[in-house]
Design a protein around this ligand. Structure first.
Ligand SMILES: C[S@@+](CC[C@H](N)C(=O)[O-])C[C@H]1O[C@@H](n2cnc3c(N)ncnc32)[C@H](O)[C@@H]1O
Length: 250
């Protein structure tokens, strides 16, 4: 289990911060899968440092609830007049039944210890016809990240954190949600150079580095740093984000 109240909470903003333009790209992309009416009330489930929460309030013009168990992550969150950050977990969401139009799980689902209970809670808090966006990797749909080459076990370590698409869909169905036929792919990530990517990753603000064998980390970062120093301005690939769209039937 990754401890977001510990080291990860200290480095998250430095290693995972998002510029405003990137936040706008994500929220505009989410809009294509959500009802068109405004305002929409949104639950940002596992909101962390609220990277996206204020942007969701701007895009969807309603109330946003950022539910997050880690005090350290919540305390770092940017405030917004229509965003309420609540201490809580996905398995026991501190909101009444049928209280939001949309739920975003942005790279948080794989951290939930009881994913079925979390999806039951998502079903409970969604209004009929509401939509949940589960943005995640899946064990059978993994991006081939270029930096895996520096850490021999990284891809395997990453894949082990995730359920497959079929497993995730089966849990959603059990929770009463209707999954889309296939995952959708969203391209919203900020393009970065080799140097910038190295700088961000060197904070080790990814769960991968919490699980990677210790003896791979230092040599991997040494090789990564040397390559980045040789070619700092090279444009690095931008990866699609796989997202499963789940609807609460009307
Ligand atoms: C990778 S971070 C993503 C945070 C945020 N969604 C973002 O994109 O910046 C994963 C978050 O899930 C939270 N988390 C872990 N277990 C959780 C649970 N059971 N319920 C809700 N959130 C949880 C962590 O504390 C952490 O803030």
């Amino acid at each position: 289990m990754v401890d977001y109240d510990g080291r990860m909470g200290r480095v998250y903003v430095a290693g995972r911060g998002m510029p405003a333009a990137e936040v706008r790209r994500w929220t505009a992309a989410f809009a294509t899968y959500l009802p068109e009416r405004r305002p929409l009330d949104v639950l940002d489930l596992g909101s962390g440092t609220g990277r996206l929460s204020p942007g969701l309030a701007e895009e969807f013009q309603g109330r946003v609830y950022g539910v997050e168990p880690s005090d350290r992550m919540r305390e770092a969150a940017e405030q917004h007049p229509r965003v309420s950050y609540l201490k809580g977990s996905a398995e026991d969401i501190p909101l009444p039944e049928a209280s939001v139009d949309a739920v975003l799980m942005f790279l948080s689902f794989h951290h939930f210890p009881d994913q079925l209970q979390a999806l039951r809670e998502v079903h409970r808090v969604l209004r009929p016809g509401g939509v949940a966006l589960l943005r995640s990797q899946f064990s059978d749909v993994m991006p081939e990240l270029f930096w895996y080459e520096y850490f021999p076990s990284a891809r395997e370590v990453d894949a082990a954190m995730y359920l497959s698409v079929a497993q995730t869909k089966a849990l959603a169905v059990e929770a009463g949600l209707v999954p889309g036929e296939d995952v959708v792919r969203i391209t919203a990530e900020e393009p970065r150079t080799f140097g910038e990517t190295y700088q961000r990753l060197s904070h080790r603000a990814l769960s991968t580095f919490e699980y990677l064998p210790e003896d791979e980390i230092e040599p991997g970062f040494e090789r990564f740093a040397a390559d980045a120093e040789r070619d700092p301005d090279r444009a690095m690939p931008v990866y699609d984000a796989t997202t499963l769209v789940l609807t609460r039937p009307s």
